[in-house]
Design a protein around this ligand. Structure first.
Ligand code: ATP
Ligand code: MG
Ligand code: MG
Ligand code: MG
Length: 563
């Protein structure tokens, strides 16, 4: 028998007003409906109703991870710093890491993601190619000292993530594990009832090459993605650059040869070019410590010197000349993205024609990348407002004008390659008896964030409105009256429960029907069953939370309809 939860005994205090600090729909509604409560900035308590929704999402994630052969483990959140020092991320993460010391002064961190530790686990547990491939996952609490812990559980400083890691001996094996995850994620988000898009992504601090994000379109989202109305191209604007035609001087006329000052500032650079410091330039490459960070191509994208100046220590700017284009027919155009100059590099995107390239985030393993770290070398706020891709810019695949939309990043999959295996010398004995370096993938889903994303996408002006699979109950029975109505409501709730439905029954005494209806709509269970004025006849009213459609029926009918 499924659970019958009486509202009279449920710890839920609904609020009529939005919390003062709430800016987003999910934050307002999840607090008002008594699902979560703020403990500190970006740190949340899950109350009974919220915990149910959270667990429903976690269950779907588990089922689909198990279905692709994932093995569930649980790693600690409190971690020694050494593995993260070895990978370079102890420093790279900067202020995002929560760092702490034990009583002896040894240094620890609270895990923001677990590539290092999983690599060590597999090094310890697997020694032969016969032990691979393996997919390990956990649903676990992560810690990131986010600069902007807003929007409720959407961006927590403590939050729950499903993170999985694949280990293979071959590139094909990695590609297969990646495809398995991609499929599992599609099934997960479909089952959850989330509207989502799969888009190309940068790899951020993770490193690695192939990387896609699962984005849930919503105004509260902090990501922007470019979507082509004519083909299947979709990319996070963090990853978009334009790649229309190979650069060869001939197509556009030769790039201007320039004699560069030794350590030009934006001002001397502009002066040198005879343009204002705020000028937008074509025909220009800008390098930071030898690495190209921005490209202006004749007839194509332009480099905005003013914007560049905001993100650069001026002395780092080096103006380069036509020779720098030579041999770089992979290079078309690009510019400073919303990740600013954070780890710029080139990644060939398989869907972009040969001879074109993307400029996107990079990592330390990338030989030619300069390790510029956001937050350390420049501030997040400095570049958040930089507009990189504009509505109507041409699609790199087909040239059609791109559409831009806001979205919430709910999942992210990476082919990491051998970065962490190299760091920790993760080898297994191969078929030929020689050690083989292992290749890895890492895959995340924001489980707590998915609660917020679903609330954003499904709520209406009356309150939350959950899809069936994640709702805290299947039916919300309302006793709209006195003893008679309460008796009928409890009776029908028992019958529904016995038939396998998850039931919430509002049996609260001394609460008016009006308040109960308002609460039922705010709480957002998909079906509302009202024992009201026709209770004496055994007639109840079934109301669909989303459509508002109502229908009177007998208790028997209601039970058979709802189970
Ligand atoms: P974001 O761009 O929103 O900061 P991210 O790219 O830093 O996210 P990943 O490192 O890719 O996040 O982590 C995997 C998943 O964990 C994300 O796709 C997201 O769903 C979730 N996630 C990341 N940061 C948070 C957070 N602060 N609060 C809740 N969920 C988060
Ligand atoms: Mg982040
Ligand atoms: Mg992201
Ligand atoms: Mg991500």
């Amino acid at each position: 028998m499924a659970q019958v939860q009486r509202m009279s005994r449920l710890m839920v205090k609904t609020l009529r007003d939005d919390p003062a600090d709430a800016e987003t729909l999910n934050h307002k509604l999840l607090v008002r409906a008594g699902y979560v409560r703020r403990t500190a900035a970006g740190i949340w308590t899950w109350l009974p109703l919220g915990k149910k929704v959270y667990e429903n999402i976690a269950r779907v994630v588990r089922e689909e991870m198990d279905a692709i052969g994932g093995q569930e483990v649980l790693l600690p959140a409190l971690l020694p710093k050494e593995p993260y020092e070895a990978s370079g991320r102890y420093e790279e993460y900067g202020d995002l890491l929560f760092r702490l010391k034990d009583r002896k002064g040894a240094e620890y961190l609270l895990g923001p993601t677990h590539e290092e530790i999983f690599t060590q686990v597999v090094k310890d547990q697997c020694s032969s190619y016969k032990d691979l491939p393996v997919i390990l996952y956990q649903i676990q609490t992560k810690y990131r000292d986010e600069a902007r812990p807003r929007a409720g559980v959407l961006r927590g400083r403590e939050f729950q993530m499903k993170d999985s890691y694949s280990f293979d001996t071959t590139d094909e094996g990695l590609a297969e594990a990646y495809a398995l995850h991609r499929g599992a994620y599609q099934r997960i988000f479909e089952r959850l009832g989330l509207d989502y898009r799969i888009v190309s992504a940068i790899s951020g601090a993770m490193g690695g090459s192939a990387s896609e994000e699962f984005l849930a379109p919503a105004p509260a989202g902090e990501d922007t993605f470019a979507d082509c109305p004519a083909c299947d191209y979709a990319a996070n604007t963090e990853a978009v650059t334009f790649a229309l035609a190979p650069v060869d001087g001939s197509a556009h006329g030769p790039a201007e040869e320039l004699d560069t000052p030794d350590t030009p500032t934006i001002e001397t650079l502009a002066e040198h070019l005879g343009v204002p410091a705020s000028a937008t330039l074509k025909n220009l490459l800008v390098k930071v410590d030898g690495e190209i960070v921005a490209v202006g191509v004749p007839g194509d994208r332009e480099v905005d010197l003013g914007k560049l100046g905001e993100h650069l220590a001026p002395a780092e700017v080096e103006l380069v000349t036509a020779e720098d284009f030579e041999g770089r027919d992979d290079l078309v155009r690009g510019y400073v993205g919303p990740q600013g100059l954070d780890k710029v590099r080139y990644i060939a995107d398989p869907r972009v024609a040969p001879g074109t390239a993307w400029i996107t985030g990079a990592n330390k393993q990338d030989k030619h990348a300069k390790n510029v770290v956001c937050g350390r070398d420049f501030e997040v706020d400095d570049y958040l407002d930089v507009v990189v891709v504009e509505e109507g810019d041409p699609c790199p695949n087909c040239g059609t004008g791109l559409k831009l939309d806001r979205a919430i990043e709910i999942g992210h999959i990476f082919q990491l390659g051998r970065k962490y295996a190299d760091t920790f010398q993760l080898d297994v004995l191969g078929k030929e008896g020689k050690p083989v370096r292992v290749t890895m993938g890492s895959y995340g889903i924001g489980v707590s964030r998915a609660v917020a994303a679903l609330a954003e996408q499904t709520a209406d002006d009356k309150g939350l409105c959950w899809p069936k699979e994640v709702a805290p109950a299947d039916v919300h029975v309302v006793a709209a009256g006195k003893a008679l109505q309460t008796e009928l409501a409890l009776d029908v709730a028992e019958q529904l429960g016995a038939a396998g439905a998850r039931v919430l029954v509002d049996d609260r005494a001394g609460v008016s029907p009006g308040v109960k209806f308002t609460d039922a709509e705010l709480i957002g269970v998909p079906q509302i069953l009202v024992a009201g004025r026709r209770s004496a006849e055994g007639i109840v009213e079934l109301k669909d939370r989303r459509t508002g459609e109502r229908e009177e029926m007998t208790v028997e009918e209601a039970v058979s309809r709802l189970t």
